[in-house]
Design a protein around this ligand. Structure first.
Ligand code: UD1
Ligand code: MG
Length: 504
C-alpha cells in the first residue's frame, strides 16, 4: 500500500516507469525521509521555514508532492523546530504522512536516524532522503535517482549538480576514475576541494540496511560537531560498497531555500515552469512576468491571460476564456469563452460566454449563468444569477436568486442584513428592475415583473406587475427666486423662463 498522496497535492506527471508499463515496484523505495527539523533562522520569520508558501503550496508540501511520485511504502517527515506548527500543517495537507521528532538538531545524519527509528529501525529496500526546503525538486528527478541507484546496484547514490556558485554546499570528491569517494562540507573543505563546482544536493538513495549500519558509525568530529549524513558515503565506500552519483539535469531544481530572496527566486522559477506548461498546452499568457499561478490551477485550450493576473487554488479556466488584465481569481471556475476583466473573485462560478467586470468583486457562492453579466462596480455574494441575466452597474447582490434574462437596474442593493440575520431575495425571470432599487429581504419579485426606479421593495411583487415604492414628487414653484434671490441659480432660472416666453 502506498501512502496516499496528500490531498491537494496532485501528481504533476506520470512517473516514467509507470508510463512505460513496467511494474511500479521496480524502483519503488521502501521509504522516503524528508528532513524538516532545522530552524531556518535566515528566513527571519514567525512561520517555520518549510511552511512558507510558493505557488499555493508550502515548501515541504512541494517536496512531499515530488516524493509522492515515487510511491514509497512509507513517507516520514523529521520535524523538530516549531514542530507543533509543522505537524499541524502536515496533518492538514498530508494526513497519510508520518512524523518523526528530532528533539535537538544534531545534524542531518542524526535526523535520518530519527526518521528510521520512527519506522522501527532499519528498513529493507531503498531509502530516499530529501530536504524539506527544496521545493523545485521534481518527481522526475527523484525517479531518475532511484532508477540510477537500482540499475548501478549502489549502496548509496547521491544526487549532485554543477552549480555556478558552490559556496556553502558540500563538495563532491571524485577519484581519478571519476568515482565518488566522499562529500566534504564547505566548512571542512580544503582550497582545492572548494574549487569543485559539483555539489551535494542533500538528496540520496540508500540501501536501507547499510544506511542504518553506517549511521551508527557516523562521528561528530567536524567543524559543526554534528552527525553528518554525508559521512555515510565515505563509511560505505571504505567498507567496500558501491557509491554512485546521479547528476541533476537542471541545477536549479536542487536549490534549498534559506532566506526570502531565495524564496522569491524559487517562486519565480516554479511560476515560469507552470506558465510554460500552460502555454505549451495552448494557453496564451500575454505577460508571463506579471502572471502568477498556483500549482493547482487548471486551464483548457485557447485561454487568454492578460497581464497582472493572479490565479489561485482550484481556479479553472475553460476553453477560450479570457481573464485580466488585473484579475485575482481564487477557487473560481470560469466557463468557456467567458470574459473576466479587472476582477477579484473568490469561490465563484462564471458561466460560459458570461462577462464580468471591469471592477467587479465576486465573493463566495456567486454563480453567474451562461451569457450573464456582472458589470462595473458590482459586488456579489451567495448569489445565483441566471442565464442571460445582467447586473451591469454599481450594485450589491447578496443572498439572492435571480432567474434568467432579467435586468437589474444600476445602483441597486439587495438589502440582505437586518443587523442580526441574513435574508434571501428572489427575483424571477424576464424582470426589469429600475435603477436605484433596494430589495429589502426577505422579498420576492415574480417573473416578468417591473419595478420603478428609486423603489424600496419591501413587499413581494406578483408576476407581471409594476411595483412603485417611492415618495411622490412635489415641485414648489418659484422657491429659488423667493429663498435665494440674486443667486446664480435664481438668475439662470429667470433666464430660462424668459427664453421660454413665460412670465416667471
Ligand atoms: C547540507 C549538506 C550539504 C549539502 C546541502 C544541500 C550535510 C552535512 N550537509 O548542508 O552537503 O550541500 O545540505 O542543501 O548533510 N536538518 C534536520 N536536522 C538537523 C540538521 C538539518 O532536520 O539536525 C534538515 C534541515 O531542516 C534541512 C536539511 O536537513 O532541511 C539540511 O540541513 P542544513 O542545515 O540546511 O544543511 P546544509 O548546511 O545546507
Ligand atoms: Mg547547515
Amino acid at each position: 500500500m502506498s501512502p496516499s498522496l496528500p490531498p491537494g497535492i496532485l501528481r504533476m506527471s506520470t512517473p516514467p516507469h509507470e508510463a512505460e508499463g513496467h511494474p511500479v515496484s521496480v524502483n519503488r523505495p521502501a521509504a522516503v525521509v524528508v528532513l524538516a527539523a532545522g530552524e531556518g533562522t535566515r528566513m527571519k520569520s514567525a512561520t517555520p521555514k518549510v511552511l512558507h508558501d510558493i505557488c499555493g503550496r508550502s515548501l515541504v508540501g512541494h517536496v512531499l508532492a515530488a516524493a509522492g511520485e515515487l510511491e514509497p511504502e512509507h513517507l516520514v517527515v523529521v520535524v523538530g523546530h516549531a514542530r507543533e506548527q509543522v505537524t499541524a500543517h502536515l496533518a492538514e495537507v498530508a494526513p497519510a504522512v508520518r512524523t518523526a521528532v528530532q528533539e535537538r538538531q544534531n545534524g542531518t545524519g542524526h535526523a535520518v536516524r530519527m526518521g528510521l527509528e520512527a519506522l522501527g529501525g532499519a528498513v529493507d529496500g531503498t531509502v530516499v532522503v530529501v530536504c524539506g526546503d527544496t521545493p523545485l525538486l521534481t518527481g522526475g528527478t527523484l525517479t531518475a535517482l532511484a532508477a540510477t541507484h537500482a540499475a548501478d546496484g549502489n549502496a548509496v547514490t547521491v544526487l549532485t549538480a554543477e552549480v555556478p556558485d558552490a559556496t556553502g554546499y558540500g563538495r563532491i570528491v571524485r577519484d581519478g576514475t571519476g568515482a565518488v569517494t566522499a562529500i566534504v562540507e564547505h566548512k571542512d573543505a580544503t582550497e582545492e576541494q572548494r574549487a569543485v563546482r559539483e555539489i551535494n544536493s542533500g538528496v540520496f538513495a540508500f540501501d536501507g540496511q547499510l544506511l542504518a549500519d553506517a549511521l551508527g558509525k557516523v562521528r561528530t568530529d567536524n567543524s559543526q560537531g554534528e552527525e553528518y549524513l554525508t559521512d555515510v558515503l565515505g563509511i560505505l565506500r571504505e567498507a567496500g560498497h558501491r557509491v554512485g552519483a546521479c547528476v541533476a539535469v537542471d541545477h536549479r531544481e536542487i536549490v534549498g531555500i534559506n532566506n526570502r530572496v531565495q524564496l522569491a527566486e524559487a517562486r519565480r522559477i516554479l511560476n515560469d515552469r507552470l506558465l510554460t506548461r500552460a502555454m505549451l498546452a495552448g494557453v496564451t499568457v500575454v505577460d508571463p512576468a506579471t502572471t502568477w499561478v498556483d500549482v493547482t490551477v487548471t486551464f483548457e485550450q485557447d485561454v487568454v491571460v492578460h497581464p497582472g493576473t493572479q490565479l489561485h487554488g482550484a481556479t479553472h479556466l475553460a476553453a477560450g476564456a479570457e481573464v485580466g488584465p488585473n484579475a485575482r481569481l481564487t477557487d473560481t471556475r470560469v466557463g468557456a469563452g467567458a470574459r473576466v476583466d479587472n476582477t477579484v473573485a473568490l469561490g465563484a462560478e462564471v458561466g460560459a460566454e458570461a462577462s464580468v467586470g471591469p471592477y467587479a468583486y465576486l465573493r463566495p457562492g456567486t454563480r453567474l449563468g451562461v451569457r450573464g453579466k456582472i458589470g462595473t462596480y458590482v459586488e456579489t455574494k451567495n448569489a445565483s444569477i441566471g442565464e442571460g441575466t445582467k447586473v451591469p452597474h454599481l450594485s450589491y447582490v447578496g443572498d439572492a436568486t435571480i432567474g434568467d434574462f432579467t435586468n437589474i437596474g444600476a445602483a441597486s442593493v439587495f438589502v440582505n442584513y437586518d443587523g442580526e440575520h441574513k435574508h434571501h431575495t428572489t427575483v424571477g425571470s424576464h424582470c426589469k428592475t429600475g435603477s436605484d432599487n433596494m430589495f429589502v429581504a426577505p422579498v420576492t419579485v415574480g417573473d416578468g415583473a417591473y419595478t420603478a426606479a428609486g423603489s424600496v421593495i419591501t413587499k413581494d411583487v406578483p408576476p407581471g406587475s409594476l411595483a412603485v415604492a417611492r415618495g411622490q414628487q412635489r415641485n414648489i414653484e418659484g422657491w429659488v427666486a423667493r429663498k435665494r434671490p440674486g443667486s446664480a441659480a435664481a438668475k439662470a432660472a429667470e433666464e430660462a423662463v424668459r427664453e421660454s416666453g413665460g412670465e416667471g
